[in-house]
Design a protein around this ligand. Structure first.
Ligand code: PEP
Ligand code: MG
Length: 864
């Protein structure tokens, strides 16, 4: 009944009807709030009558009367809407205290200080919430009182100090509002209820609902509940417990408590709480009641519970129960255990783990204890998860060399470039000062499963003098110094922090097997090397959705041949250089086909603009000039020839193949020769050749015709039967709009390159936009960074158009996604809904996509 009672009210009512000892109370419904606003902020008389009736019932139940001068009942008045809005609305505690009842409370509890402290807190809360005075009005008086006595903590205040504070608070109210602090407890209660209703529409509550897309609620409920106290002597206490261990998931009762204390004392850390298991020795009866209660609540809610309890003079009360927060490891274990215990079905078990959380389990992690103690010096973007500890180096070649010498290194760069590939592969971690979540460093690091913190604006990197300076603190890190990176949250630590290895236990495997049974989407991987392909296959990848061939041109001798090709002045020269690359490419593809035996392997033709293969630094240019026997002058001319103002919109992708068809000829030859070779080994191969950056049908048909001719001729010459597919990426908006025609021209598959589709569709630079997108997200212009979570409304619409047009011509058209979004759970769900055949993502995201794809099915079934 959340809609009517609010989350808190419904939960308290439900526990009460389960027979759990919750402090008694009643809830004024959200409908009353709705009426309150429609009735010029007035409560109906009937509601007032009902409140009085319910209060009388509560008084009978508690055997005390509100405001009684001998033994007063105290109540709390709390907000609670159908959706949780933590801290956004108001709460008033200790209602029912006045100049008389405070004395009664003091006498009854034998704790005068407690009574007066409760009273001064009530005045402060009412002054602030009901009378709308500044919090600071009271804080100033309190601070002044402490200062004048030389106290450090609120707890140092004596009973007399508190009495004096009450006087001063009341005087302040009189001064500011011209009224006396209300002494009638019923008036206090009604005023507080109105104040809670008013807080439904305070600025922060409205903003919270906007930001979190909470719509369609009619208002907040108001919960009026008897107060219980854990600080009424040695037979009282308070604590927090979990029905299972929230770090490991182990099915063992877990928690902490303090006797003769209030919740605040536990939180403030003034006293050290005891392990809840101690309670068994201290008070076995209460302990047993607590454990039994926790079991009942867990069984009822069918999930691990995080509960707050108070013992008031030997009586146990449960104040709150909610599904407990947990680590990834605990989430997996609890989900599997709950299914095995028969508490939930497999489908529900699948929904119980947040796919993104799995990241924590697949990579090396920082040891939580050491992480808490470590010196954090900066924070960047969490570009690729995991942890890295190593000595700082500033160039990719040093990263390679130092690693070869047996050292662990962290590669620090302003930003990385494709040339850095070897060094990036060697480094334990990568830190860049610039670039966003889809920057080169981020994409490549995620692909390799290497920890990476990108776009770390807190540091400045001096690549010449080889230093990193932390802007805030001025700390300087030199080559060889140790740094630790946490790629899961983007933090950078000075020195070495202890790490621990990934923990993929049996429960993980069980959960993933359930996910595989449920899901309909296939999950492929983006991988460029047999090693990455093998890693991905181990994580459950069913083929390669994107092999970026350009990464193969940087290693060792290959870059020389590539540069020779670029610098050649005619077709013959280019062909000669390409002939040198052919055997390398063929070998690479053989490795990939073998690693993915039986599955589809999509290989993309060369994509980036050629200038990316040429050096930019003076000394590198001079070195290349010697190596190639070309003058520095000529080299510089070539580089300047290739310069483009907007290289991402420039001479790249199929545009290269159109102008230099000999490049795609060589690649097609290498792919098909490799496939023939592996097929001849008796292995099942499914090559898929993909043309990037297609915008027009002609681009596709010209290249497809040429590639097909080469492939068919090679296969015929080999005398075997080998099926291959030809298709295109959909990453230029125009291609989405003419998708039907591209299929008519023979395309057998589409793969959405949502990185470029987002870049070109939204007109946002994937390399630079990160800087202001944060602000865009903060202002709600985009709900999420569109390079991380697919913009379903806009870019998603381009995809829907392409799917409809493409499948309109060929209903069996195979469609996948290979942009960074392919491993993002919300996007995976979108892809499932839109009927894609597969998603493709970096190896370490494969399990995430598998689980997300399964959840999409389970949610769809639930809706049905
Ligand atoms: C894309 O654009 O989404 C894509 C996968 O290609 P790349 O990231 O290599 O440009
Ligand atoms: Mg692209």
């Amino acid at each position: 009944m959340k809609e009517i009672l609010g989350g808190k009210g419904a939960n308290l009512a439900e526990m009460t009807s389960l027979g759990i000892k919750v402090p008694p109370g009643f809830t004024i419904t959200t409908e009353v709030c709705d009426y309150y606003y429609k009735n010029g902020k007035n409560l109906a008389d009937e509601v007032k009558t009902q409140i009085n009736e319910k209060l009388a019932e509560l008084e009978t139940k508690m055997g005390k009367k509100l405001g009684d001068s001998a033994d007063p009942l105290l109540v709390s008045v709390r907000s609670g809407a159908a959706s949780s809005m933590p801290g956004m609305m108001d709460t008033i505690l200790n209602l029912g205290l006045n100049d008389e009842s405070v004395k009664g409370l003091a006498q009854k509890t034998g704790n005068e200080r407690f009574a007066w402290d409760s009273y001064r807190r009530l005045i402060q809360m009412m002054g602030n919430v009901v009378l709308e005075m500044e919090h600071a009005d009271f804080e100033r008086i309190l601070e002044h009182a402490k200062e004048s006595k030389g106290y450090k903590y609120d707890t140092d205040l004596t009973t007399d100090d508190l009495k004096e504070l009450v006087n001063q608070y009341k005087a302040k109210i009189k001064e500011k509002k011209g009224i006396d602090f209300p002494q009638d407890p019923k008036e206090q209660m009604m005023l507080s209820a109105n104040a809670v209703f008013n807080s439904w529409n305070n600025y922060r509550a409205i903003r919270y609902r906007e930001i979190n897309h909470i719509v369609g609620l009619i208002g907040t409920a108001v919960n009026i509940q008897a107060m219980v106290f854990g600080n009424l002597g040695d037979d009282s206490g308070t604590g927090v417990c979990f029905t299972r261990n929230p770090s490991t998931g182990e099915a063992k009762f877990y928690g902490e408590y303090l006797m003769n204390a209030q919740g605040e004392d536990v939180v403030a850390g003034i006293r050290t709480p005891l392990n809840v298991l101690e309670l068994e020795k201290q008070n076995p009866e209460i302990y047993k009641e607590l454990v039994d209660t926790c079991n009942t609540v867990e069984k009822h809610y069918r999930d691990m519970q995080d509960m707050e309890f108070t013992i008031q003079q030997g009586k146990l009360y449960i104040l709150q129960a909610r599904n407990g927060k947990r680590t990834a490891a605990a989430a997996v274990k609890i989900a599997v255990d709950l299914v095995n215990e028969g508490l939930i079905a497999k489908d529900e078990g699948i929904l119980r783990v947040d796919p993104n959380q799995l990241n924590q389990l697949l990579h090396k992690q920082l040891d939580p204890v050491s992480k808490a103690e470590a010196q954090q010096i900066a924070k960047g973007l969490p570009a690729s998860p995991g942890a890295a500890v190593g000595q700082v180096v500033f160039t990719a070649s040093e990263a390679f060399q130092w690693t070869a010498d047996g050292k662990a290194v962290v590669l620090v760069r302003l930003e990385t470039s494709p040339e850095d590939i070897d060094g990036m592969h060697s480094a334990k971690g990568i830190l860049t000062a610039r670039g966003g979540m889809t920057s080169h460093a981020a994409v490549v690091a995620r692909g390799m499963g290497t920890c990476c913190v990108a776009g770390c604006a807190d540091i400045s990197v001096d690549e010449v003098n080889k230093t990193v300076t932390v802007k805030d603190s001025g700390i300087v890190i030199k080559e060889g110094d140790y740094l630790t990176l946490d790629g899961s949250d983007g933090s950078v630590y000075l020195g070495k922090v202890a790490t621990k290895d990934p923990d993929i236990g049996g429960d993980f495997g069980i959960l993933m097997a359930w996910a595989d049974e449920a899901r309909k989407l296939r999950v492929r991987t983006n991988a460029d090397t047999p090693h990455d392909a093998a890693v991905a296959r181990n994580f459950g990848a069913e083929g390669i959705g994107l092999c970026r061939t350009e990464h193969m041109f940087f290693e060792g001798e290959r870059i020389k041949a590539m540069r020779e090709m670029i610098l050649a002045s005619d077709v013959e020269g280019r062909k000669k250089a390409l002939a040198k690359l052919l055997p390398y490419q063929k070998d690479d593809f053989i490795g990939l086909f073998r690693a993915m035996e039986g599955f589809g392997v999509t290989i993309r033709l060369l994509d980036p603009p050629l200038h990316e293969f040429l050096p930019t630094e003076e000394e590198d240019i001079a070195e290349l000039s010697k190596e190639m026997n070309v003058s520095v002058q000529q080299l510089k001319e070539k580089i300047s020839d290739l310069h483009e103002f907007n290289p991402m919109l420039g001479h790249r992708g199929c545009r290269l193949a159109i102008t230099y068809p000999e490049i795609s000829d060589m690649q097609a030859t290498a792919i098909i020769e490799a496939a023939i070779a592996v097929a001849k080994e008796g292995k099942e191969v499914h090559p898929e050749i993909m043309i990037p950056i297609v915008a027009t049908v002609k681009e596709y048909s010209i290249l497809a015709t040429r590639i097909k001719e080469i492939c068919d001729q090679k296969i015929a010459a080999a005398g075997i039967v080998l099926e291959y597919k030809l298709g295109t990426m959909i990453e230029v908006p125009r291609a989405a709009l003419v998708a039907d025609k591209i299929v008519e021209a023979g395309a057998q598959f589409f793969s959405f390159g949502t990185n470029d589709l987002t870049q070109m569709g939204a007109g946002l630079s994937r390399d630079d936009a990160g800087k202001f997108l944060k602000e865009y997200v903060a202002q709600g212009i985009y709900e999420y960074d569109p390079f991380q979570v697919l913009d379903q409304e806009g870019i998603g619409e381009l995809m829907r158009i392409a799917i409809k047009k493409g499948r309109g011509v060929n209903p069996d058209l195979k469609i996948g996604i290979c942009g960074e979004h392919g491993g993002e759970p919300m996007t995976v769900e979108f892809c499932h809904r839109e009927g894609l055949n597969y998603v493709s993502c970096s190896p370490f995201r494969v399990p995430i996509a598998r689980l997300a794809a399964a959840q999409a099915v389970v949610r769809e079934n639930l809706k049905k």
